[in-house]
Design a protein around this ligand. Structure first.
Ligand code: XMP
Length: 506
């Protein structure tokens, strides 16, 4: 299934919903020429929603031939308005009243798209434009109080349009409509599963690597760990993993990486304990960007030394995900990449890349990880920045301050897990401030350090909201941290969103 991207967020969500329906989907830029679309032999096409109006100058338009190409097509919101705009007889205009949010939908024609659904439904609308004239050959399928055409079809040409968003969770039965399109209209079979992916991926890696040798840098994160596990399944001991332990990871993480890969999976693993080197380079460094630079450079240096020691290596394994690939490949995804993972390895070293997850979303990688038997803790891990705890210690990074933060951070996560909240939260962690404040313990005055608790909800880390943690959880964190971590007298909760703040403190 091909999703044409008229607005990156919408397109990704649609592609994910299609894959959750066990049909493979890929996203292409909205103006991809018909020949390139056909090269993927799609069983169907989805035109995504987008922020534009079809009649605005410069509105994104697809190759006009796509509607005549005989491919079953579903236009969603902007995608449907495009159909009305481009096909003879159709007309789209600004609606007198915008429809936004929960809306009652009345189904007038319950065949194919609405098969098996009630005639009255609740859907999620978000549009300022409506179809005022149906294109030739189309019939209306549903309406709302304010909108005579909320869904339409030309069954002969298998062209369908929906004014509402079936992909959002606020349209509870939206997935059924999407599935009706996939299975009934396009004739797709639900065969895209992560076990089928693992089998195909294993074969593809074997074919790519042949008798060569591959190297994978493990960071403790789920993407690189799963990539290493899959590549090891494919080529066994032709893969060596290098785990550069910069001493800036969270509690128990280094041990877990070593235990999982060396002991459980029996992957040849080079564990480089480079904490002293990194700490020496970080001495006296307080500027956040300088910290990042120092750590990135040192990481590359250590990695290169280890790679040189290993001798001839042909391939570098990376856990690149589909959203990163789309980001660099489609024009509508106007995101600004501000962060880099530690490294910059491929530019400096002449490896060929093995990127088994270039076509997967994060939740699919987690499923692969589960099926390959990675530990739950590793799979459920929150995103963690390459420079590690160094950018969560405001001011100078020292061994003592790292130990203190690590202990406080572990308590924060522990309490969130105990409350069953860890998975609902995008990231939660502690930050150590470079100030001392007064406290009292027993009868004595103390003068100790401040730990900030940061917990945010987010879809993708680009924007975030502070998590409304229950009082009891915050209280448990504060009392345990001050009791169990010597030197901490005060715990505060960060209640800023991103923007204006960032998720990390540095
Ligand atoms: P901010 O702090 O910019 O973070 O709101 C957004 C997301 O990026 C992560 N982050 C980093 N990741 N290297 C990384 O690999 C970095 O230097 C870095 N800085 C922030 C952060 O944890 C959050 O998920």
């Amino acid at each position: 299934m091909v999703v044409l991207d008229f607005g990156a967020q919408y397109a990704q969500l649609i592609a994910r919903r299609i894959r959750e329906s066990r049909v493979y989907s890929l996203i292409l830029p909205y103006d991809t020429p018909l020949e390139q679309i056909l090269a993927h032999a799609p069983q169907g096409l989805v035109l995504s929603g987008g922020p534009a109006s079809v009649y605005e100058p410069g509105a994104p338009l697809p190759d006009p031939r796509i509607m005549e190409a005989g491919i079953p097509t579903l236009g969603i919101c902007y995608g449907m308005q495009l159909m009305a705009h481009l096909l003879p007889g159709g007309r789209t205009a600004a609606a007198d009243q915008r429809e936004y949010g929960r809306t009652r939908l009345f189904v007038d024609d319950g065949a194919d798209l609405f098969a098996g659904l009630e005639p009255r439904l609740i859907c999620w609308m978000s549009h300022g434009d409506s179809i005022v004239a149906l294109p030739e050959g189309f019939v209306p399928l549903a309406h709302t109080d304010r909108n005579a055409v909320a869904a339409m079809a030309d069954r002969r040409r298998r062209l369908y349009g929906l004014q509402f968003h079936p992909e959002v969770s606020h349209t509870p039965w939206g997935l059924e409509v999407l599935r009706n399109f996939l299975y009934q209209v396009c004739g797709c079979q639900p065969t895209w599963t992560m076990s089928s992916f693992i089998d195909r991926g294993t074969a593809a890696i074997r074919e790519q690597v042949g008798g060569g040798r591959a190297l994978c840098a493990l960071s403790g994160g789920v993407d690189s760990a799963t990539a290493a596990a899959l590549v090891h399944r494919a080529i066994g001991d032709q893969l060596t993993c290098v785990f550069v332990d910069h001493g800036l990871l969270r509690q128990d993480e280094p041990e877990q990486v070593v235990r999982t890969f060396r002991d459980t999976f029996q992957v040849p693993l080079v564990h480089v304990d480079a904490a002293d080197r990194f700490l020496a380079r970080l001495r006296g460094v307080t500027d956040p960007e300088r910290k990042r630079k120092v750590i990135g450079e040192e990481f590359v240096r250590v990695f290169e030394e280890e790679a040189a020691r290993l001798g001839e290596i042909d391939f570098l394994v990376q856990g690149t995900l589909y959203p990163d690939v789309i980001e660099s490949g489609t024009r509508t995804a106007a995101r600004i990449k501000t962060h880099h993972n530690v490294g910059g390895l491929p530019e400096r070293m002449r490896f060929r890349l093995v990127e088994p997850f270039r076509e997967l979303f994060k939740d699919e990688v987690r499923e692969v990880a589960r099926q390959l038997g990675l530990p739950d803790r590793m799979i459920a891990r929150h995103p963690f920045p390459g420079p590690g705890l160094a950018i969560r210690i405001v001011g100078e990074v020292t061994r003592e301050r790292l130990d203190l933060l690590r202990a406080a951070d572990a308590i924060i996560l522990d309490e969130l897990r105990a409350a069953g909240l860890a998975l609902e939260i995008w990231q939660a962690f502690g930050v150590l401030l470079p100030v001392h404040t007064v406290g009292v313990m027993g009868d004595a005055r103390t003068y100790g350090q401040v730990v900030v608790v940061r917990a945010v909800t987010s879809e993708d880390g680009m924007t975030a909201d502070w998590a409304r943690l229950p009082d009891e959880v915050l209280e448990a964190i504060a009392s345990r941290v001050t009791r169990e971590v010597p030197g901490v007298t005060r715990v505060v909760y960060d209640i800023t969103s991103k923007p204006p703040a960032t998720i990390e403190w540095e």
